[in-house]
Design a protein around this ligand. Structure first.
Ligand SMILES: [Zn+2]
Ligand SMILES: [Zn+2]
Length: 311
């Protein structure tokens, strides 16, 4: 099959809208779509300092790559979780990705910072749960301490559709009140945005291939059962039968999201007495979980961590 724009050999068949594109025209299509998503949902302003948390996977790498190409002021953060070889490999990919992207990379190493890696803590709390807590705290505090205006994450259309779908299936209506392409910042919570909101996982994989970004494919060894993957598979089957299912599902959700607002609980946030970040009790859940006596320091100038390295 031939590219619909130039007639060269096709690189990909898009299902919705249905068309064949060569690699160059697919790259153009993808970047235009990110640009439109940013404009439509007012994700970023041109002069903002953007932090992308690079995991070594495809989504975050593609996010940083496209934002940089669109002219945004992008820096990257990689959190080495200390999960043996998996984390070492992830960090290697993150470094190589940032070299290609041409953005400075900062690395925070969980074991160096907190004494233990993820999976090495004795606790009844599930590993993925405290891993999530740790990552969210570290990237938010890193962004806050270092003056970033916004954090861009790699969530794609499949992630969003399956998140909404699984929360509907379980009637987690509180989560459904506050999901979307922008999670507004508040106090010491830095705003989070999702530039790949309207692009499918398949398109993200194809884009990474087209621009030569390599990424880690291995699953984290702690990854819990595959319910998210099951929801994604069901949505993909629906998409096969009815192209446009995922995007229409997500857009419909955004139109109806206000219906869930009554489910939002008012949580009064104080300041953690240790680190000063938002907390529900005396200490924030991060300082409490890790049993800290001193707050962690993530200011770039104060760590002998990483020299930003660029092109
Ligand atoms: Zn073409
Ligand atoms: Zn704290």
């Amino acid at each position: 099959m031939r590219c619909r724009v130039c007639g060269e050999k096709a690189f990909i068949k898009l299902h919705y809208p249905k068309m064949y594109l060569c690699a160059d025209h697919f790259v153009e299509y993808f970047e235009r779509k990110v640009k439109r998503t940013i404009e439509k949902y007012k994700l970023l302003k041109p002069d903002e300092k953007v932090l992308v948390v690079i995991s070594g996977g495809k989504d975050s790498a593609v996010t940083a790559y496209v934002l940089k190409k669109l002219g945004y002021n992008v820096e990257c953060l990689h959190i080495n979780l200390g999960i043996g070889e998996y984390s070492e490999k992830s960090e290697q990919y993150a470094r190589e990705q940032c070299r290609i992207i041409g953005a400075p990379l900062h690395v925070v190493n969980v074991r160096e910072l907190l004494g233990k890696g993820i999976g090495e803590v004795r606790t009844r709390r599930p590993t993925c749960s405290y891993c999530g807590l740790t990552k969210r705290y570290l990237f938010n505090k890193f962004a806050y301490d270092n003056g970033f205006d916004v954090i861009a994450t790699g969530h794609n259309l499949d992630d969003e559709a399956s998140f909404i779908f699984s929360n509907l299936m379980n009637w987690n209506t509180e989560y459904l009140a506050k999901q979307g392409p922008v999670l507004p910042g508040e106090g010491k919570f830095v705003r989070k945005v999702k530039p790949l909101y309207e692009l499918t996982e398949r398109e993200v994989v194809a884009y990474a291939l087209a621009v030569g970004l390599e990424y880690i494919v291995d699953e984290c060894p702690h990854a819990r059962g595959a319910t998210t993957i099951e929801y994604k598979e069901i949505l993909n089957e629906m998409e096969e039968k009815r192209p446009g299912t995922k995007i229409n599902f997500v857009k419909g959700y955004l139109r109806k999201r206000h219906l869930f607002e009554a489910e939002l609980r008012e949580i009064e946030l104080k300041e953690c007495k240790l680190c000063g970040m938002p907390a529900q009790g005396e200490k924030c859940s991060f300082c409490k979980f890790w049993g800290l006596e001193e707050p962690v320091t993530l200011k770039i100038a104060n760590t002998d961590d990483e020299e930003p390295f660029g092109p």
